[in-house]
Design a binder for this molecule. Structure first.
Ligand code: ADP
Length: 171
């Protein structure tokens, strides 16, 4: 599991080729990590999100799109939309898996070697943290086993609870 790391911190400060954004279907920015990324990256990100909206009408749950990263130290932002947790019987687990796997596929398509993920869906969208971490780690580990393009994946946890969950699961 050497290609997978966990750190506690702010994803906008991480030096990787691409950071993943837990966006919403509008792609127009929001609160939480989405707001932090748009704020730190500036207008270039929003402008590209708007032209994607004009072309394809936003981004569906489980899908992903890529933009430049504006003023961030990363080169790209991969915007994916995680599911809103209702009670577990609305395909939430499959949709979270798709959000991670489609982000990884887009990274490979763009020859990205280093990528950082936030804890998608575990903020406002209310996904249970342990269950989300299990899906995130398994999806990434399975993907890395079949592809050498991505050299390093960093899970960036803002809160200590998520950090402790990831640390324990990765050990
Ligand atoms: P969602 O709507 O997908 O739940 P949120 O942005 O509300 O998205 O939360 C997703 C996760 O991102 C949460 O665990 C939250 O603590 C975390 N988060 C919020 N801001 C940042 C940030 N600047 N860097 C890294 N993680 C963040």
């Amino acid at each position: 599991m050497k290609r997978i790391k966990v750190v506690q911190g702010d994803i906008t400060k991480i030096k990787v080729e691409a950071i993943v954004n837990a966006a919403n279907t509008s792609l127009l920015g929001g609160s939480g990590v989405d707001g932090a990324i748009h704020k730190a990256g500036g207008r270039a990100i929003l402008e590209e999100c708007q032209s994607i909206r004009n072309r394809q009408g936003g981004c569906k749950i489980g899908e992903a799109v890529i933009t430049p990263a504006g003023k961030l130290c990363a080169n790209f932002v991969i915007h994916t939309v995680g599911p809103f947790w209702k009670n577990g019987s609305y395909n939430e687990e499959k949709l979270l898996f798709l959000a991670y796997s489609n982000s990884l596929k887009l990274a490979v398509d763009n020859e990205i070697k280093t990528i950082a993920f936030p804890n998608i869906s575990t903020g406002i969208y209310g996904f249970p943290k342990k269950c989300a971490a299990k899906i995130a780690i398994h999806t990434v580990a399975d993907f890395l086993a079949t592809s050498n393009t991505i050299e390093e994946v960093i899970f960036v946890c803002l809160d200590r609870e998520n950090y402790n969950i990831y640390k324990a699961m990765l050990e």
